[in-house]
Design a binder for this molecule. Structure first.
Ligand SMILES: O=C[C@H](O)[C@H](O)[C@H](O)COP(=O)(O)O
Length: 236
């Protein structure tokens, strides 16, 4: 539900989507990406474009099918021209927290296969440093039998608190599209995210983290006043 910035998100997706004939497009997950897929379908129809879409989740797959867009996968299209996705939080270096909807693993795989990874988000996702906006922590997808030792290991080494994500209308834990669990790590301070990401990924049983570092090429923020703010990675 992002009514205030819906108009700017539409504008943002107009700006960031420039699909060309024969493009392979990665389709992200969440509520914001719905705007992008609407625009994509519009452009494909208006310009009679031939594209194929690679989904990052069950939800994305349904979205692609609903719009009648050609569905593909990484078996057939391991190299994508562009992947477009939302984010839960974006810091000033374009480090992202993703996985609020539990789709982080497939999203990261698809983004990594794309020549360009573009993010669209509303202004509430914009922060100087991670943790200012998104209060639920960093999602970590884990193999179910290992969720307790992984959680203990993360808090022992990096502090904070780890919570097993529970279903809203389902009794028991959330189960991802890959049949795994999600731990939400509520960190207490700003870390060196590259180091933390690598360390967490090395814990046996960790499938993926929701930290997307040095991946996003550009972020389009839909602002409250209907404008669009663009952020590119800092030049080092
Ligand atoms: O797992 C979900 C994804 O990472 C989403 O892209 C992210 O949570 C942002 O979702 P929304 O656009 O609904 O805020």
């Amino acid at each position: 539900s992002i009514p205030i910035s819906a108009c700017s998100l539409n504008t943002g997706t107009r700006l960031c989507l420039n699909p060309q004939n024969n493009y392979v497009v990665g389709v992200g997950s969440g509520s914001t990406i719905v705007y992008a897929v609407d625009r994509l379908a519009e452009r494909v129809q208006q310009e009679n474009l031939k594209i194929v879409c690679v989904p990052t989740s069950f939800q994305a797959r349904q979205l692609i099918l609903k719009h009648g867009l050609p569905l593909s996968d990484l078996d057939r299209h391991p190299e994508l021209d562009v992947a477009i996705d939302g984010a839960d939080e974006v810091d000033s270096s374009l480090t992202l927290i993703k996985g609020g909807g539990g789709c982080l693993t497939q999203e990261k795989i698809v983004a990594d296969c794309a020549r360009h990874f573009i993010v669209i988000a509303d202004y509430r996702k914009d922060s100087k440093c991670l943790g200012q906006q998104w209060k639920k922590g960093i999602p970590v997808e884990v193999i179910p039998m290992a969720y307790v030792p992984i959680g203990r290991d993360i808090t022992r080494r990096f502090g904070g608190e780890v919570v097993l994500r529970m279903g809203v209308s389902k009794a028991g834990p959330v189960v991802t599209d890959n049949s795994n669990f999600i731990l939400d790590w509520k960190f207490e301070k700003v870390h060196n995210w590259k180091e933390v990401n690598m360390a967490i990924k090395m814990i046996p049983g960790v499938v993926e983290t929701g930290l997307f570092i040095d991946m996003a090429e550009r972020v389009y923020f839909g602002m409250q006043d209907g404008t669009v703010r663009i952020r590119d990675p800092p030049i080092h």
